[in-house]
Design a protein around this ligand. Structure first.
Ligand SMILES: [Ca+2]
Ligand SMILES: [Ca+2]
Length: 237
């Protein structure tokens, strides 16, 4: 069946495929000439995307995500909907068991893209003003996304969270962002062959992995309990 490419039809198509305007657009922080999500993408956010686009993630199709045990072990039923095999306590927990490709698809759907390494560096460690109310000094580069120390982040240090924490539970960091250090690793846009870069460390590791030099390459089709993402946006997106 052929549809006429009228303006009305095109408007209808855009309306159908476009995400709700509130999703992903409500809490972005401007960093120079781009913006970035204040928080990691949540289970609730990603569920809306998956339902609207009829996405079945690789973890769902292939029998569950992975956790580190004696090497990488598959965990049946562990997906972004049920990160540890059971419904989450809170849908504001980060979406994990999501591959780089799936993360990129989500960001495109909300009108953004994955952040680059350079954007991540600027957002995570150099204060541009969004964190001034939280005590960060504009123009200062910090060692950790939480400032001079890793205090307040969710790592494997002695803190309030045995696994990942829901949105907004940890201490606000540089530029007013949350969880740029710790909680879950985050996919970046940068690719090298079949690998993609991840940044920030996670609840599984110590605070050293929150630092810029600790970014890690991982297979882009990898999906595990420790890796999530957030999106970046160009002006006017
Ligand atoms: Ca912890
Ligand atoms: Ca993180």
């Amino acid at each position: 069946m052929a549809f006429p490419a009228t303006q009305a039809y095109l408007t209808w198509v855009v309306f159908l495929v476009a995400p709700p305007s509130a999703l992903g657009a409500s809490d972005r922080i401007a960093i120079g000439d781009f913006a970035i999500d204040r928080n990691e993408v949540t289970i609730g956010d990603f569920s809306t995307f998956a339902e609207a686009t009829k996405l079945k993630t690789a973890a769902e199709q292939e029998g569950g995500g992975r956790e580190w045990g004696s090497g990488w072990e598959r965990r049946p039923g562990w997906t972004f909907r049920t990160p540890y095999g059971e419904p989450p306590l809170d849908t504001l927990e980060p979406a994990v068991h999501v591959s780089w490709h799936e993360a990129r698809g989500y960001c495109a759907w909300v009108g953004g893209r994955l952040p680059t390494r350079e954007e991540w560096r600027l957002a995570a460690y150099r204060e541009h003003g969004g964190g001034s109310a939280a005590g960060f000094v504009t123009g200062t580069t910090y060692q950790y996304p939480t400032g001079a120390t890793p205090e307040g982040a969710n790592t494997n240090d002695d803190d309030a969270w045995a696994r990942h924490a829901p949105r907004g539970a940890t201490r606000q960091g540089v530029n007013g962002l949350y969880d740029m250090g710790g909680n879950v690793w985050e996919w970046l846009a940068d690719r090298e062959g079949g690998d993609a870069l991840t940044a920030g460390g996670s609840w599984w590791y110590g605070p050293d992995k929150m630092q810029e030099e600790s970014m890690q390459w991982k297979p882009a089709d990898f999906y595990v309990a420790y890796v999530g993402f957030r999106c970046a946006y160009d002006p006017k997106s």
